[in-house]
Design a protein around this ligand. Structure first.
Ligand SMILES: [Zn+2]
Length: 667
C-alpha cells in the first residue's frame, strides 16, 4: 500500500461481502429442525389452554402415582378412552382448604376424589378439590382422583394402529391426567399400566416389574427423580420390538439400560443408533456431568407423531424410522438441558432448545473436531439470518402467556439463534471457562440439577463461573430482536517515527435493534507475512480503536473465522481520496477459488513487478510473476488446481509499494 494518512473525507475503497457462509445443508435437516417442525405441527385444534399460571400456586406436587388401564386401546376401533386412578402427594406452601389442578374438560371426566379430598368441581379446564380440613404450610396431603379419558382425539393421548402413546409439550399433560401443569413443579412419578399380554409399554424412570395376572400384563415404572409434567410419558405398542443395551456408568460401574423400542421395519437402524447413543453418553457425561438418570431410552411412535422427537425424561419419543444421529444427539442432550434442568417458565424455553441444538454441533466435534462443530453452528446462523421473524430469543411475557407453538418453537429463534448465542458465549470466554461454567451449571445440585432454571439465574451462574458479569452480553443479545449489521472501516497510517498505526472503527447500522456490545476480533497480516489477531471489547457504537506496530500492515480482516455468527458485516478501507489515487487496486477472484484464479490490479506507474504466493505459515510456494509492467490495468490468470485446500497469501510488490491478498482454496 502507498503511504496514507487519515483524513476526514472517507471513501469506500474495498468492500467485503457479507460474512455469512453459503452452506449446502439446512437447519431443516438437523435434529433441531425436526424437533422444531414436530413441535410446531402440534398446533392444530383444539387450542391450548393459555392459563399456565392460573390457578395460583399454593402447593408443590411431590409425586403422581397413576394406575391406568389400557386393555381396550390397542385394537380397532382404537377407542381413546381409558379408566385411571391418580394419587397426588402435595406439600402445602400456604394454608389451604382446597387445591386446583389443570384438567381439560374436553378430554377428562373426573368421577370421584378421595383420601384428603372430599368433594370437587370440574369446569373451565380446572378441577377444584375441597379438602377435609385446612392444611398448614409444610403439611403433606394425599389426594386421590378417579377419572377417565373420554373417547376424543386431543393431540395428546394417541391410540391407533396398535400404538398407545402420549405427547405433552408444552401444556398438554393436563389432557391425559389431572396435574399442576407447570414446568416449574417437577414431581416424582410412579405408573402402573395394565395392558394386553402382547404389548410392550415404556415410561419414565426404572422398570420395577412387569407381571401377568391372567391375561393382563401390568407394567410398573417408577421415577424417583422429579419430572416436569410435560416430560411424563407412556409409549407402547403391540408386538413392539425392544432391544436393551447397557452403558457402564463410570462412577460406580453400574449398568444403565438403554431401551430401544422400535418397529420391525427399523431393525436395521437400531444397532447403529445404540452405538451412537452410548458414545454420546460418554461425551455428554464428560462435559455436562455424568448421565443423571437410572435408564435411558428411545421409542419410535406411530403415524400421529410425524416429525422429529420429544425428549421425554429417560424415554425420548422419535418419529417412525427417525433413528438418525442428528436427531438422537439433539434429543439426548435434552436429558441434561430440559429434563435434568427444566425451564422455570416457557419464557426460558431457549435454554432447552438452544443447548440441544448447540449440542448437535458439539457431538460432531467429538469426532470431527472444531471444524465439524463450527460447520453446524454456521448452518444454524445461516438459518436464523434467512428466517429471522424479528422477535427476541427471550420474551418475559411468555412466562405468563404461552404463545402459539409456531412462535414458542420457532426454528430461527428458539433453536438456531439460541444455539448461536451459546456459541458466541463460548467464543467470548474461551473454551476452558466455557466448559467449566457449563459443567458446574449442569452438576449444581443446590440450584439447578434435578430442578429448574430461569434465564436470569442462568446468566448469574455463568457470571459466577467465569468470574465476569455476563449480563453485558446475554441481556442485549437475548432481549433485543435481530442482530448487529456492521459497517466497519479500517486504515493503515505511517507514523513520524516510521512505525505504523492500524485504525479501526466498529459501527453498527441496524435500525431494527439497539446497539449490541460484543468482544470483537481483527486479523492483521504484515508485509513480512507475519500476522496477529487482536481481541477487544466494543461497548458503544461508532467506537474507534487503534494499535501501533513497528512493521508495515498489509492486510486486515474483521472476524475472519466468523465467530460472531449472529451478524452481517461489511468492512471498508477508509482513507483520503487524493492519496489513494497514488495507490493501486489489487483483487483476487474468485475467492474462495478452486481451479483457476484471476488477479486484477492497476499500477499507478510502470516498473518492476513481483507477485508471489505464500501458504498460511508464510512459506513461499512460488513466484507467479516477475518482470516489468506498464502503468494501468493488469490481468493475470493462474491455474491453482495443484494447491491443497487452505488459506494462502498473494503478495504484489511494485516500485515502493506492496499489497497482500488472502486467498482461500477450496476443492
Ligand atoms: Zn429439542
Amino acid at each position: 500500500m502507498k503511504r496514507i494518512t487519515l483524513h476526514t473525507a472517507f471513501i469506500v475503497a474495498l468492500m467485503a461481502s457479507f460474512s455469512n457462509f453459503v452452506l449446502s445443508q439446512s437447519f431443516e435437516e438437523s435434529g433441531g429442525g425436526y424437533c422444531a417442525l414436530k413441535k410446531q405441527q402440534m398446533n392444530y385444534p383444539p387450542p391450548l389452554p393459555m392459563d399456565a399460571n392460573t390457578p395460583a400456586h399454593t402447593f408443590n406436587v411431590l409425586k403422581y402415582s397413576l394406575h391406568i388401564s389400557l386393555m381396550n386401546n390397542y385394537d380397532p376401533p382404537y377407542p381413546q378412552s381409558y379408566q385411571a386412578g391418580l394419587d397426588i402427594k402435595i406439600r402445602v406452601d400456604s394454608a389451604l382448604g382446597s387445591i386446583k389442578l389443570n384438567a381439560v374438560n374436553r378430554s377428562l371426566q373426573i368421577d370421584q376424589v378421595g383420601l384428603a379430598g372430599v368433594s370437587f368441581t370440574h369446569q373451565n379446564d380446572t378441577v377444584t378439590i375441597n379438602l377435609d380440613k385446612t392444611y398448614q404450610p409444610g403439611d403433606t396431603v394425599d389426594v386421590s382422583i378417579g377419572y377417565q379419558h373420554l373417547d376424543v382425539e386431543d393431540s395428546t393421548f394417541y391410540a391407533g394402529d396398535s400404538f398407545v402413546f402420549t405427547d405433552c409439550e408444552p401444556q398438554r399433560a393436563r389432557r391425559w391426567f389431572p396435574c399442576w401443569d407447570s414446568p416449574a413443579d417437577k414431581a416424582q412419578l410412579e405408573v402402573w399400566a395394565k395392558v394386553p399380554p402382547d404389548v410392550k409399554l415404556g415410561s419414565n424412570g426404572a422398570l420395577v416389574d412387569s407381571a401377568f395376572t391372567g391375561d393382563t400384563l401390568t407394567y410398573h415404572w417408577r421415577s424417583d427423580n422429579p419430572i416436569a409434567t410435560y416430560l411424563m410419558v407412556l409409549t407402547s405398542k403391540k408386538n413392539y420390538n425392544l432391544d436393551v443395551y447397557y452403558w457402564v456408568r463410570p462412577s460406580d460401574n453400574a449398568l444403565i439400560p438403554f431401551r430401544f423400542y422400535y418397529n420391525t421395519i427399523d431393525h436395521i437402524y437400531i444397532e447403529q443408533a445404540a452405538d451412537s447413543a452410548l458414545k454420546m453418553c460418554d461425551w455428554y457425561s464428560k462435559w455436562y456431568g455424568e448421565y443423571p438418570f437410572v435408564k435411558n431410552g428411545f421409542a419410535a411412535a406411530g403415524k400421529e407423531f410425524p416429525w422429529g422427537g420429544m425428549e421425554n425424561q429417560t424415554l425420548t419419543t422419535v418419529c417412525k424410522g427417525c433413528w438418525w444421529e442428528g436427531l438422537i444427539s439433539h434429543e439426548f442432550a435434552h436429558q441434561w438441558f430440559g429434563d435434568l434442568i427444566s425451564p422455570g417458565t416457557w419464557a426460558d424455553i431457549w435454554l432447552n432448545e438452544g443447548f440441544a441444538s448447540w449440542s448437535e454441533g458439539f457431538w460432531l466435534e467429538s469426532y470431527g473436531g472444531y471444524a465439524a462443530y463450527k460447520e453446524k453452528i454456521d448452518k444454524d446462523a445461516k438459518y436464523y439470518l434467512e428466517h429471522n421473524p424479528g422477535w427476541p430469543v427471550y420474551n418475559p411475557q411468555w412466562a405468563v402467556d404461552v404463545p402459539a407453538n409456531d412462535t414458542l418453537f420457532n426454528g430461527a429463534i428458539t433453536y438456531t439463534k439460541a444455539s448461536c448465542i451459546i456459541h458466541q458465549f463460548r467464543y467470548i470466554v474461551g473454551d476452558s471457562l466455557f466448559f467449566k461454567a457449563i459443567y458446574n451449571y449442569a452438576t449444581d445440585t443446590t440450584d439447578f440439577k434435578y430442578k429448574n432454571v430461569v434465564t436470569k439465574d442462568f446468566i448469574d451462574k455463568m457470571s459466577e463461573e467465569t468470574g465476569q458479569d455476563m449480563h453485558w452480553y446475554f441481556d442485549p443479545w437475548l432481549d433485543q430482536a435481530n442482530h448487529p449489521v456492521y459497517f466497519n472501516s479500517y486504515n493503515f497510517v505511517q507514523m513520524q517515527d516510521s512505525s505504523w498505526e492500524v485504525k479501526f472503527t466498529a459501527k453498527q447500522t441496524q435500525t431494527n435493534a439497539p446497539f449490541f456490545p460484543m468482544k470483537l476480533n481483527v486479523y492483521i497480516v504484515f508485509d513480512d507475512l507475519s500476522d496477529t489477531t487482536l481481541y477487544f471489547m466494543n461497548r458503544k457504537n461508532d467506537e474507534d480503536f487503534s494499535w501501533e506496530f513497528d512493521k508495515k500492515p498489509a492486510y486486515f480482516e474483521f472476524d475472519p473465522t466468523n465467530e460472531i455468527v449472529l451478524k452481517k458485516a461489511s468492512l471498508i478501507f477508509s482513507t483520503d481520496e487524493k492519496k489513494l489515487q497514488g495507490s493501486f487496486m489489487f483483487n483476487v477472484s474468485p475467492n474462495p477459488a478452486k481451479n483457476n484464479v484471476t488477479l486484477h490490479y492497476t499500477l499507478p506507474k510502470g516498473g518492476p513487478v513481483s507477485i508471489q504466493l505464500f501458504d498460511v505459515t508464510g512459506r513461499e510456494i512460488r513466484t507467479l510473476f516477475s518482470g516489468l509492467q506498464n502503468k494501468g490495468k493488469q490481468v493475470l490468470d493462474y491455474q491453482i488446481n495443484d494447491l491443497r485446500s487452505g488459506i494462502y497469501f498473494i503478495t504484489l510488490d511494485t516500485d515502493g509499494s506492496k499489497a497482500v491478498k488472502k486467498m482461500v482454496v477450496r476443492h
